[in-house]
Design a protein around this ligand. Structure first.
Ligand code: PLP
Length: 388
């Protein structure tokens, strides 16, 4: 038999599946997978049921149904402060992941380099690799996640074409500040680079932090592909719906690429999702409030157990350091061992930190926990962690 493609060689199942199997065997609580177990809002579910009943079953326009593009564009204007046009500068995609693939294929050539800050969201890196592009890593300051702009400048070569920014960040919950984004934009302009911004956690923000889109800064829109998702905002990761905005000539090509790869996002689900735009704004206030309580509850428990970290500024993950803890306890010599020990002794699953770094050594003393859980489940998890 002829071998499989070269691009499949480095591909392997992430640690998350093995961790899930193990925590299930111990009847524990899974804070590993980045999945939120909260319900999808009723109007959205009803809207999809209605659309299916009405046989809205044919392919939609590749960039999405018109009403959803109109409402999404309005959301980008109101919430993100980006003045985009719904008919030419917005598209609905199969999750933010579909948007990221289209963004890469629309702007990059084989061998082009793309800067990726560490710790990173693994899909970005692995997608770049299988698509034939080269991720180049720039570490954020350990623990504080500050940007080292000198290191960034040094990483830029003649082959660099784009920079990926995830704000709020997964796994570290970093929210990029205005000053950081302005400095970054200066570098993008100086070296004539694209930015792909992943803003899927834009509504999950804590304390006085504010979500700011790079594309809302003067001069930002023309070189940014802003990628967002409905997965996290409306607890619908399995519906596979996201969005992107960019200048017209980019969205045109991204639309054509998406058309070739999957034709369109699911039509009846797009109709269902559109109902979300008619929901009371109280939905967002409540969500923010609930996540604030969950973050504090979880961080308090983790501090009590001896983990070290800066509290997340956004998103719903805690990336916790256990280097000091490892000196006091057995079974915590590295991230994989610590992950196993925590499942066996506290019934809590996490993700080993090395999954978020190019060099596994850099994540050796980190674990990522997802606290997007129902209150009763999270309370139980906190009790188990405090007893660890
Ligand atoms: C940073 C980040 N981007 C994108 C995604 C995937 O989003 P979607 O479901 O819209 O493809 C995730 C999911 O965990 C994520 O953490």
């Amino acid at each position: 038999m002829k071998p499989l493609s070269d691009r499949t060689k480095g591909l392997r199942q992430s640690d998350i599946r093995a961790v899930t199997q193990m925590v299930n065997a111990y009847n524990g609580i899974n804070l590993g997978q980045g999945i939120c177990d909260l319900p999808t809002p009723d109007p959205v579910k009803q809207g999809a049921i209605e659309a299916i009943k009405k046989d809205r079953s044919i392919y939609s326009y590749h960039s999405g149904i018109e009403q959803l593009r109109k409402d999404t564009a309005q959301k980008f204007r109101d919430f993100n402060n980006i003045q985009c046009k719904h008919d030419t500068e917005v598209m609905i995609t199969t999750g933010s992941t579909g948007a990221f693939v289209a963004a890469c294929l629309a702007t990059l050539n084989p061998g082009d380099e793309v800067i990726q800050f560490e710790p990173f969201y693994g899909y970005h890196v692995n997608l770049l690799k299988i698509l034939g592009f080269k991720p180049v890593f720039v570490p954020l300051e350990d623990k504080t996640w500050e940007v080292d702009f000198e290191a960034l400048e040094k990483a830029i070569t003649a082959k660099t074409k784009a920079i990926v920014i995830t704000t709020p960040g997964n796994p570290n919950g970093k929210v990029w500040t205005k000053t950081e984004l302005e400095q970054l934009l200066g570098i993008l302009q100086e070296h004539d680079l694209w930015a792909f911004t992943d803003e899927v956690y834009e509504y999950m923000i804590y304390d006085d932090n504010q979500h700011l889109s790079l594309a809302s800064l003067p001069g930002g829109f023309e070189r940014t592909i802003t990628i967002s998702s409905f997965s996290k905002t409306f607890n619908m990761t399995g519906w596979r719906l996201g969005s992107a905005i960019a200048p017209e000539h980019v969205i045109e090509k991204m639309g054509l690429i998406s058309d070739l790869i999957y034709i369109c996002a699911s039509t009846p689900l797009q109709y269902g999702l559109d109902e979300a735009f008619r929901m009371d704004q109280g939905y967002f206030t409540q969500m923010k409030k609930d996540y604030n309580v969950k973050r504090d509850m979880f961080c308090d428990a983790m501090e009590q157990a001896g983990f070290e970290f800066e509290r997340p500024q956004g998103a719903y993950y805690l990336f916790a350091n256990f280097e000091k803890l490892s000196q006091k306890r057995n079974g915590m010599a590295n991230d994989k061992e610590a992950c196993e020990t925590l499942i066996k002794e506290a019934g809590i699953a996490s993700v080993p930190g090395s999954s978020f770094y190019n060099s596994p050594e850099d994540g050796k003393y980190y674990l990522r926990f997802c606290y997007a859980k129902e209150f009763d489940v999270l309370e139980k998890a906190c009790e188990q962690i405090k007893g660890f």
